[in-house]
Design a protein around this ligand. Structure first.
Ligand code: HEM
Length: 485
């Protein structure tokens, strides 16, 4: 862990136009509404998209969120089934089948094998709105209050008319648990929104090189049509044809590539959190620990070692103790694990070390950055509310990346649902927050020295998947092109 103060890389260069703003900037709004739509009449659905474009509903990365012609800001994702239903050109669908097979097959088909969604999280148990044949459009509204969201939804329903889509539209509402200055926490009481990849200017200047510690990456890691950190652009779609037809093929490839350029893939994943179970587990483990600490201190220590950050956001350090609490610098996104090779600060199995190993000496070089744009749902846990009256809570995760296979699926299916990377004292538990842990088999190790570890047993899955959609967030011009088809 380095504490050196470095010049910040948070430069705000103009982004190429056409990218939907939610991808590159996220939203600061307090609330979100996710509407899942089923197309009934393709021509009318395309007309609806045309009206969204004309009416200035969609926000370009270069615009401000307020530039939305008096509407609530809207973002639009489309599933592969949705693109088929909207009668997208077969040649474009073929490109997706070849280059983005996870997207083309859809989350439902891949979740058990590629995302570790088994048992209660298996697709067969997902909420019906995530059905592979019926989930076509994902409209996301952001605003600071419910009234604005409902007013915007009503306008959208009017624009659509009653024949374009099945009704009623399915709603998943997100809300932050506390207003911004207080800090944005997710259920389980953890501070979130601290670490987000910085996107380098395109093309990156001499100082703008990918840097794991600062978590900075090239645009092509998130948006199609640009070089990624490996300086490869898989969406250039260069013509691979015999010389005689090369000129024509090159022109066709350019037309196809233009459709994908400035688009991004997103996994929308609804995850229910078992807050009572999580608290119970932490309490039980804390009660077994002997020493000069209080029960509250022991609980905070265990929570920190499971996530990798203390409740105040500070990254857990080798010098931190149960009775002394955090000793590191303020909550930051600018750190790496190069100075913690034995996991004495942040265990190898902790959520943040798995999800973003940065310059971890023990992991493969290729990093798999992801932009997190989700929001919690449900009211904060209150143990006085009886279980049967509790509507539940969790996270409406929205994860943007250029490759669902290499980024999202790799994180969730492999890094979260496998034995942690690391040399010794790493246990065999899955990710403590999102992994499918078996209380009878899995042991979560908190290394205390090079040879000793605190072993936590009896961990259950604390998060259950309620549904996942793989969506494509096209550029504004691609939406127009689809609408005008
Ligand atoms: C209910 C489920 C989840 C909860 C409660 C949760 C909670 C958290 C929290 C509290 C943080 C630390 C805040 C921060 O560093 O900004 C975090 C970081 C992160 N999470 Fe999750 N998370 C969940 C699901 C997921 C999933 C499914 C993924 C993978 C797609 C994921 C990927 C990440 C990443 C990449 C980071 C940033 C790590 C870093 O850059 O240091 N999380 N999560």
């Amino acid at each position: 862990m380095s504490t050196t103060v470095r010049p910040t890389l948070r430069v705000k260069p103009p982004r190429p136009t056409g990218i939907q703003k939610l991808i590159t900037s996220g939203s600061r709004a307090e609330r979100s509404r996710h509407l899942i739509l089923t197309v009934l009449n393709p021509a009318l659905a395309r007309q609806f998209l045309r009206q969204l474009c004309r009416g200035g509903w969609l926000v370009d990365a270069n615009q401000s969120w307020d530039d939305t012609a008096g509407h609530c800001a809207l973002s639009l994702g489309i599933t592969f089934a949705g693109l088929q239903k909207l009668e997208l050109d077969e040649r474009l669908l073929d490109v997706l089948r070849a280059k983005a097979p996870a997207f083309a097959q859809g989350a439902w088909a891949r979740a058990s094998d590629e995302l570790g969604d088994i048992g209660a999280s298996a697709p067969a148990n997902w909420e019906p709105s995530f059905g592979p044949a019926s989930a076509h459009l994902l409209l996301i509204l952001h605003a600071n209050d419910d009234t604005a969201l409902t007013a915007a939804q009503e306008q959208l329903v009017q624009l659509a008319g009653d024949q374009a889509f099945a009704s009623p539209w399915v709603i998943h509402d997100g809300l932050h648990l506390a207003p911004e200055p207080v800090g944005r926490r997710v259920h389980f009481g953890m501070l979130d929104g601290l670490s987000q990849p910085a996107i380098l200017p395109e093309p990156p200047g001499p100082v703008g090189l990918p840097n794991a510690m600062r978590n900075s990456h090239r645009l092509g890691e998130f948006v199609l049509g640009y070089d990624n950190d490996d300086q490869a652009n898989p969406w250039r779609l260069a013509a691979e044809r015999p010389a005689a037809s090369r000129v024509l093929a090159a022109e066709q490839s350019r037309v196809l590539a233009d459709f994908f350029k400035n688009g991004s893939f997103a996994a929308f994943r609804k995850m229910a959190q078992d807050e009572a179970g999580f608290r119970r587990f932490v309490r039980q483990q804390a009660e077994t620990l002997q020493g000069q600490h209080t029960l509250t201190q022991a609980e905070a220590f265990i929570r920190a070692k499971l996530l990798g950050r203390w409740d105040d956001g500070r990254v857990v350090q080798a010098t931190d103790t149960m009775s002394g609490g955090p000793s590191g610098p303020d909550a930051t996104a600018d750190f790496d694990f190069a100075h913690d090779p034995a996991g004495l600060g942040c265990p190898f199995g902790a959520h943040i070390r798995r999800m973003n190993p940065r310059d971890d000496p023990v992991v493969p070089i290729r990093r798999r950055p992801i932009l997190r744009r989700g929001m919690p749902y449900g009211e904060p846990y209150n143990e006085k509310v009886c279980k049967k009256d509790d509507p539940g809570r969790g996270l409406l995760g929205l994860f943007f990346c250029a490759s669902l296979e290499h980024q999202f699926e790799h994180l969730v299916g492999q890094w979260a649902n496998d034995t942690p990377m690391g040399p010794n004292n790493r246990g065999n538990a899955r990710d403590p927050l999102i992994g499918h842990n078996d209380p009878a088999r899995h042991v979560y190790d908190i290394p205390l020295s090079d040879t000793t570890a605190l072993a936590l047993r009896g961990m259950t899955p604390f998060v259950t998947t309620k549904g996942t959609l793989y969506t494509f967030f096209p550029s504004l011009s691609a939406i127009q092109q689809l609408a005008d088809r």
